[in-house]
Design a protein around this ligand. Structure first.
Ligand code: WTA
Length: 650
C-alpha cells in the first residue's frame, strides 16, 4: 500500500483501457473536437437523446463581456420524461429502473421501467386534474422515496417546472423557496424516516404555507402513517389523487430551452439563488457524464448516495441514470445506521457495480475502522466516485485500498449546481488519477485559472477557477433575476464564468480544487452562504451582530464557526449558546447549526465598517501566526481578545 501522498499516480488499469468508453487517445481526440468543432461534436452527441424534432441550431453561447446568453439545441423539441421512460419501454420494460432501499434494512422496493412510467403518468394526470399546466412551478418537499423521482418526472411530463427542496430544510427555508418562484402546488409527505427516527414534513409544510398564498393545493404522501393536521380544500392525499388516474399521459412537447427545473442554492450574499436549468442541454450533460465519467454500461447497478434535494440527486439519481436506461438505487437511510456497514451491505444486497458518494461520508466511515467494510464482500463493485467537496488524499486512498480493494478506479468529479453535471473529472478508462485531483475537463468544458485581478494564468499556476465554456449543462439564468445571474457569475472576470472556487493546475495540466474563495462554506458537502447563517443569528432577539466563517473540520470538511455579539444587557451563557443553535436549526435547518459559537464583545472591522473575514477565518482555524495586514482595522486590540476567546473554545 502506498503512503498517503498526493504526488502518487494511479495509471488506468489495462482491462479498463479496453473496456471503458474512451481510452486516452480517444479522450484527447474527442476533447479537441469538442473545442474546435463544437457544432458538429454536439450535433452528434445530441443524438443520444430522443427528439420529437431534431435540433438544427446547436450552440449559441456567449459569456460576455457584452451580451451574455447560453442556448443549446434551440429549435429541438423533446420531453425529458419520454427520454427517461418511454424510450426504454420497448427493450427494458421489465428492467428495474429504481431500486429503493428503505431506512429499515428490511424494507425495499423495485420499480421496473414499465411501472415507473405508469406511476409518473398517473401523477402527471393527477397534477393536471389540480390545474397544473406547462410553465407552472411545483415545489417538491419529500423524503428519499421513489415518489420523489416520480414527482420530478411527472412535472417534466406536463412541462411544469419542479423545485425540489431538501427535506432537512426548515419551514422558513421552504417558505422562502416557494415564495421566490410562486409555486402553485406543494408535494410533501406526512413524515420522513432516517436513521431509525421520524422527522416532520407536513407540519413544516403547514407552517410554511401560512405565508405562501400562491400555493393552491398540497399533495401529501403517506410515508410513516404519522398524524397530520389537515386543511380541507387544500390538502389531498397522494394515493387518492393518483388511484383513479389513467396510466397513460400524453407528454407535453417542450422546446430544448424550456425550463426543466429550478433548484435553490446558496451564494456568497443574500438569499438562496434559483438556479434554472432547461430541458435538452441539462439532460444531455447529465446522461453523457453518467455514461462516460461514471462509465455506465447496460448491466450495471448504479448507486448515487446523494439526496434528491441537491443537484447530485437530480443529475445522478434521476435524470442521468434514467435517461441511460440504468438501474438506479435510491437510499432512504444514513451510512451508519443500523451500523457502520450499511453502505457496503446495500452494495452486496443489490449487487451495486458503480458507487458514487461524498468525501464526508468516507471520512465518517474511516473513523469506524476497516472491520465494518471487511465484513462485507463488495465484489460487485468496479468503479467508485466522489463528489461535493475536495477529497483529501488520505480519504481517497482509504476508499481505493479498503473499499475498492485496489480494483476500482476512483473518479473525483468536480462540478456545481450551476454546471448541472460533472465538468472536471477523469474518464476512468482514459485518465490516470492522482489522489485529490479532479484531473481534466469533460468534453466541451474549458477551465481557466485567473489571478485576483482577473488575468488569465497559463501553465502551472494557482488562482481562481473560471470557465470559458461549461458545456450544455450550464445554468441559463437565476429564476426571475437575470441581473443577479450576470452579476454573480460574469462580473468578476469579464468573458468568463466565475465558479467561486480556487484551483491549482499542475505540470500535467491536472486541476486540484482548493475550495471556495467566496463566502460560501461547504459543510459535509452541503453548500451554505455565511450570510444566510448570519442573518438567521441576528434575527434572534438577544443577538446584536454575528459573523460566520468556515473552519477545517475532520469529518465535515468545513465546520461552521460563528462569532456572536450580544445585545448590551444580555449575558453570555451555555443555555444561550444552545438556544442559538436551536434557533438556527429552526430558521434554516439542522445542517446550518453552528459547530462553534464564540462570544465577541465586538467584531473586527475596517475603518469603512467591513467585517474582516480573513482575520476571523484565521482565528477560527487556530492559525494566528500570520494574520496578514491588519493595519486597516479600526481597533487592533480587539483581535487579541478574539484570539484569547478562541482558546476557551474546545
Ligand atoms: C464543491 C455539488 C472539490 C466546490 C455537485 C463547488 C468540489 C461546490 C467537488 C458546489 C470536487 C463539488 N472537488 N470541490 N470533486 N465537487 N465541490 O452546488 O466548492 O452543491 O463549487 O454542487 O462544491 O456545490 P453544489
Amino acid at each position: 500500500m502506498s503512503a498517503p501522498s498526493s504526488d502518487a499516480i494511479f495509471p488506468v488499469p489495462a482491462s479498463w483501457q479496453r473496456r471503458a468508453w474512451f481510452d486516452n487517445a480517444a479522450y484527447r481526440r474527442d476533447y479537441q473536437r469538442s473545442m474546435h468543432d463544437p457544432q458538429r461534436f454536439w450535433a452528434e452527441q445530441a443524438e443520444h437523446l430522443d427528439w420529437f424534432h431534431h435540433p438544427t441550431r446547436i450552440r449559441d453561447v456567449s459569456y460576455g463581456p457584452e451580451d451574455i446568453h447560453i442556448r443549446w439545441f434551440e429549435d429541438g423539441v423533446l420531453n425529458a420524461s419520454v427520454n427517461c421512460l418511454d424510450r426504454h419501454l420497448l427493450e427494458r420494460a421489465r428492467k428495474a429502473a429504481i431500486v429503493w432501499e428503505g431506512d429499515d434494512p428490511a424494507e425495499s422496493r423495485t420499480l421496473s421501467y414499465a411501472e415507473l412510467h405508469a406511476e409518473v403518468c398517473r401523477l402527471a394526470n393527477g397534477l393536471k386534474s389540480l390545474g397544473i399546466c406547462k410553465g407552472d412551478r411545483v415545489t417538491v418537499y419529500l423524503p428519499m422515496v421513489p415518489e420523489a423521482a416520480v414527482a420530478m418526472l411527472a412535472c417534466a411530463r406536463i412541462g411544469a417546472m419542479h423545485s425540489v427542496v431538501f427535506a432537512g430544510f426548515s419551514a422558513e427555508s421552504l417558505a422562502g423557496r416557494i415564495r421566490d418562484c410562486d409555486a402553485k402546488l406543494l408535494i410533501t409527505a406526512d413524515e420522513g424516516m432516517r436513521g431509525g427516527r421520524r422527522f416532520a414534513l407536513k407540519a413544516n409544510a403547514d407552517e410554511a404555507l401560512k405565508r405562501c398564498p400562491s400555493v393552491q393545493a398540497c399533495v401529501v404522501l403517506r410515508r410513516t402513517g404519522g398524524e397530520v393536521a389537515w386543511l380541507d380544500g387544500r390538502d389531498r392525499w397522494y394515493h387518492e389523487l393518483v388511484d383513479h388516474q389513467a396510466s397513460n399521459c400524453e407528454p407535453e412537447t417542450m422546446n430544448a430551452e424550456d425550463p426543466l427545473f429550478v433548484l435553490y442554492t446558496s451564494g456568497s450574499t443574500g438569499k438562496p439563488k434559483g438556479v434554472l436549468h432547461t430541458t435538452a442541454g441539462y439532460l444531455l450533460a447529465a446522461s453523457l457524464t453518467h455514461r462516460y465519467v461514471l462509465d455506465y454500461h447496460d448491466e450495471d447497478v448504479f448507486w448515487c448516495t446523494a439526496d434528491i434535494g441537491w443537484v447530485t440527486g437530480h443529475s445522478y439519481i434521476v435524470y442521468g441514470p434514467l435517461a441511460n436506461g440504468a438501474t438506479t438505487v435510491m437510499f432512504e437511510g444514513v451510512p451508519t445506521w443500523p451500523d457502520a456497514s450499511r453502505f457496503w451491505q446495500v452494495i452486496d444486497k443489490h449487487r451495486v457495480s458503480i458507487f458514487y458518494t461524498a468525501p464526508t461520508a468516507i471520512r465518517a466511515l474511516i473513523r469506524q475502522g476497516d472491520a465494518p467494510v471487511r465484513a462485507t464482500s463488495r465484489k460487485s463493485l468496479r468503479l467508485l466516485g466522489s463528489v461535493g467537496e475536495p477529497i483529501n488524499p488520505e480519504a481517497w486512498l482509504w476508499y481505493y485500498n479498503v473499499v475498492g480493494e485496489q480494483r476500482c478506479p476512483i473518479v473525483d468529479t468536480w462540478w456545481q449546481t450551476e454546471t448541472g453535471a460533472s465538468v472536471i473529472a477523469p474518464l476512468p478508462g482514459a485518465i490516470a488519477t492522482k489522489p485529490g485531483s479532479a484531473t481534466l475537463p469533460f468534453f466541451g468544458v474549458e477551465p481557466v485559472i485567473v489571478d485576483e485581478d482577473g488575468r488569465v494564468l497559463e501553465g502551472e499556476c494557482e488562482g481562481r477557477l473560471c470557465l470559458r465554456d461549461g458545456g450544455p449543462g450550464m445554468l441559463r439564468t437565476l429564476y426571475r433575476d437575470h441581473d443577479r445571474f450576470v452579476q454573480t457569475y460574469f462580473s468578476a472576470c469579464p468573458g468568463l464564468y466565475f465558479t467561486g472556487d480556487g484551483a491549482r493546475r499542475d505540470k500535467d495540466g491536472y486541476f486540484w480544487i482548493t475550495g471556495r474563495v467566496d463566502d460560501v462554506i461547504n459543510v459535509s458537502g452541503h453548500r451554505l452562504g455565511t450570510a444566510e447563517v448570519e442573518s438567521a443569528l441576528v434575527a434572534h432577539p438577544e443577538v446584536a451582530e454575528a459573523a460566520v466563517v468556515g473552519y477545517p473540520h475532520p469529518v465535515k470538511g468545513q465546520g461552521i464557526y460563528a462569532y456572536v455579539t450580544l445585545k448590551a444587557n444580555t449575558q453570555p451563557s451555555d443555555e444561550l449558546r444552545n438556544a442559538l443553535g436551536q434557533w438556527v436549526r429552526k430558521e434554516i435547518g439542522p445542517i446550518a447549526a453552528p459547530d462553534q459559537i464564540q462570544w465577541a464583545s465586538s467584531l473586527p472591522k475596517t475603518r469603512s465598517g467591513k467585517i474582516m473575514r480573513r482575520v476571523l477565518r484565521k482565528i477560527a482555524a487556530g492559525d494566528t501566526t500570520d494574520l496578514g495586514d491588519t493595519s486597516t482595522l479600526a481597533d487592533a486590540t480587539m483581535v487579541e481578545s478574539l484570539i484569547d476567546g478562541r482558546r476557551t473554545i474546545a
